[in-house]
Design a protein around this ligand. Sequence first.
Ligand SMILES: Cc1cc2nc3c(=O)[nH]c(=O)nc-3n(C[C@H](O)[C@H](O)[C@H](O)COP(=O)(O)OP(=O)(O)OC[C@H]3O[C@@H](n4cnc5c(N)ncnc54)[C@H](O)[C@@H]3O)c2cc1C
Length: 464
Amino acid sequence: MTVSDSLKNDLTRLLGPEHVLNAPAQSPYNSDASRRRGLHGRADAVVLPGSAQEVAAVVRWCYAHDVAIVARGGGTGLTGGAVPTDGGVVLSLERVRAVRELEPGLWRMFVEAGVSTRDVQRLARENGLFFAPDPGASEQSQIGGNVATNAGGPHALKYGVTGAWVTGLEAVLAPGELVQVGGWARKDVAGYDIKSLLIGSEGTLGVITAVRLRLLPAREAQVALVVFVGTRAEGCAAMLSVPAAGMEVAAMDFADGETLAHLAGGYPGEVPDGAGFALLLEVDGTREQVEQQTDELRELLGGGALAIEQPQDAAALWRWRDGFNGVLSGVRGAKVSEDVSFPVERLQEGLERFEEIAARHGLSSCAFGHGGDGNVHATVLVDPADDAQLDRAQAVGAELFSLVGELGGSIAAEHGVGWLKRGLLTSQWDARAVQLHEQIKLAFDPKGLLNPGKKLARPPAAAS
Ligand SMILES: Cc1cc2nc3c(=O)[nH]c(=O)nc-3n(C[C@H](O)[C@H](O)[C@H](O)COP(=O)(O)OP(=O)(O)OC[C@H]3O[C@@H](n4cnc5c(N)ncnc54)[C@H](O)[C@@H]3O)c2cc1C
């Protein structure tokens, strides 16, 4: 009997045979949305526990038998965080999806990790409330995965990233204990902020089984505006002018000229001739506030714009925006997109220099993202069959990360570090802070079995 057979026998005893799966090479559980970049792992087994207690039992068993545990949400991650690069057990949260509490009068819900992001948004909406985080793959991603990556999205500009809406967590911590951190208390400084350490920890510190979410009353009205300008410089200046004028918009995304050229066909409206940059704005609030803000934005941005469009169907605009990744991947067969951020006042310089880096490596590039947050999805379009192009894309990424460090930004804005960006933190943090990062991992996971190799601060060879 192989190790893998005995592992499956034991896990089958815990969960039942239908909830322990083999993972042949082509199994979707061996990859995530980073598969377009060629990343695949090989799990020894995939388990589908049905409750937090069963998650704890699996972690306890794995920890006792020195088996790696890779938590998996919806598998939409773009950095390979849920990929079993080192074998072990993929622990999928898809069956842990009860709504434990929904209290509309108190603006809150307590849901299990496997509830999809879209269902959290829908439940809030059906109860007259609003869950603000809106990462792009919401049909498939899970709230546990969103918390584990501290996901952003267009509305993070006004409302903050996912973690801002989490007041408490339930998680299984090594060696297999179900623990509550935080709760419903609105103020709580009783200890170190362990909840916030788990938020964004990408399965490397514990397995999140349920989250307590704070909600807002539904917004009465929203209006989307698309502002087309001729150049990147005009677009970046326009983005800076909005907060400078004292205006708080709900979302301010952007698409550069190359992105527009590839995406114009599907735009739900008319892209004007000569458009070299577009701002996608949303304002929200009461009807009066929205009307007033829309007028103010038109006045502020109208002078320099080629056109300002107000799509009747704002949802169609955001659907178009959600489709950028797919369309751009199809242009040459693949794309390599790096999710980085710059301080907003350095965004223009960051975009210009990224384009110059890609051109120097002979690759066609484009950029889009959440401009109000300085968050750029810096993209090169490649032929996946051409190894030389893939190597050059890698070189572009390395130069981009140095540029980010030079300009005071972040090598990982909202998609996490996972496997693809492991070992880069030294370019951004002081040595002592990097050391603390590693000590925190050790304190939570002394055996190094929770998602091994992911979110590493330093390259593996350099780690102490
Ligand atoms: C088309 C597209 C658009 C996207 N747009 C955005 C966007 O606008 N903003 C954004 O931030 N991201 C975006 N993403 C990235 C992705 O959707 C997010 O990172 C999302 O939060 C991942 O959730 P998931 O449930 O799919 O997690 P997975 O991909 O399954 O896992 C992601 C990481 O979290 C860990 N994890 C998952 N669940 C748990 C858990 N319960 N406990 C502990 N660890 C766990 C995994 O181990 C892994 O490290 C996009 C992806 C795609 C494909």
